[in-house]
Design a protein around this ligand. Structure first.
Ligand code: SF4
Length: 305
């Protein structure tokens, strides 16, 4: 939950999640839609799906327990090298080199590494490896992460209270904040789409589940045209022929790899007939597991809270 998300945002989601599924077997038995519903609003829904798959795999293949080696942990869905190392050191008190963004920054400063990130990552990891002690691996991993998060901070490191000040090359050069070096970021591409908000005479709205792969995979939402650099003749991609009205303004949403601008087309029809999708009562929308983008679109169309 904490990937790319702050503790303050995650805390209420974490509490609700654990209340609902207090252990691995209960999560493994859950319905994915319910998991996505409790996750709704937290973003990066792939994490929810992977967490769910991970619980199922642990119950199926490991009798509902986490394996205790870094290599076996790294084979689980959603568990990458960092999480596998952190679990090994912190949960199982075994030797592991735990390197997150904070630790990379500390290493880059400690050794005044001039290679820019992200190219420097393997070097920073190998430097961190040379410092891992022969005992108290959990405490060391947490201390190092805390040093990075609280003392060796990105903009104004508190070198005067740092226990590694005497060994820190960046500090000795009087250039702590100049490290790590970074390759300039490319601007995110801008994509556009049209979202189709279709309602019927029974005050229901058309929702559809998105494809299993790709962005917002398996999430419910109003149909949209393809995300593309330009909006083409989008009514061809509308769920049905109707008197579509394009609303003023647009909804913007920033994803990890691109920004999206969505225009909103609305139409009202009589009977919903055989238009494929989930016709959902408008007053039940609050209970749907909708991603933030869809909530913004509904709000723009006057249907959200
Ligand atoms: Fe970071 Fe300063 Fe400590 Fe060096 S001395 S590790 S720059 S806080």
């Amino acid at each position: 939950m904490l990937q790319q998300t702050t503790v303050a945002v995650v805390t209420p989601y974490f509490s609700r999640f654990l209340e609902r599924w207090p252990d691995l077997p209960s999560l493994a038995r859950a319905n994915l839609d319910d998991v996505l519903c409790v996750w709704a609003g937290l973003g990066y829904y792939k994490r929810a799906r992977l967490l769910y798959e991970c619980a199922q795999q642990l119950v199926r293949e490991h009798a509902g327990h986490f394996p205790q080696t870094e290599a076996a942990l790294a084979l689980l869905p959603g568990i990458g090298p960092y999480t596998a190392a952190a679990l090994t050191a912190i949960a199982f008190e075994k030797k592991a080199n735990v390197v997150d963004g904070n630790v990379e920054r500390v290493m880059a400063r400690l050794y005044a590494v001039r290679t820019p990130l992200p190219k420097a990552k393997p070097l920073l990891k190998s430097l961190a490896d040379t410092l891992v002690p022969e005992a108290r691996w959990g405490a060391y991993a947490q201390a190092l992460m805390d040093l990075g998060a609280l003392v060796c901070t990105p903009r104004a490191p508190s070198c005067s209270v740092c226990p590694w000040q005497g060994a820190c090359r960046a500090f000795l050069h009087g250039a702590a904040a100049d490290f790590p070096k970074r390759t300039p970021k490319k601007r995110k591409p801008l994509l556009r789409c049209v979202a189709f908000v279709l309602t019927d005479e029974n005050d229901r709205i058309l929702l559809r589940r998105r494809p299993e792969r790709g962005l917002l995979a398996s999430m419910m939402g109003v149909p949209t045209s393809a995300f593309a650099p330009k909006n083409g003749p989008f009514f061809e991609q509308a769920p049905t022929a109707a008197a579509w009205c394009l609303l003023e303004g647009e909804v913007t949403h920033v994803f990890t790899h691109f920004s999206l601008r969505a225009r909103i087309a609305v139409a009202r029809i009589g009977a919903s007939g055989n238009i494929e999708g989930a016709w959902t009562p408008i007053d039940a929308l609050a209970q749907e597991a909708l991603p933030s983008l869809m909530r913004k679109i509904l709000l723009h169309a006057g249907l959200g809270q």
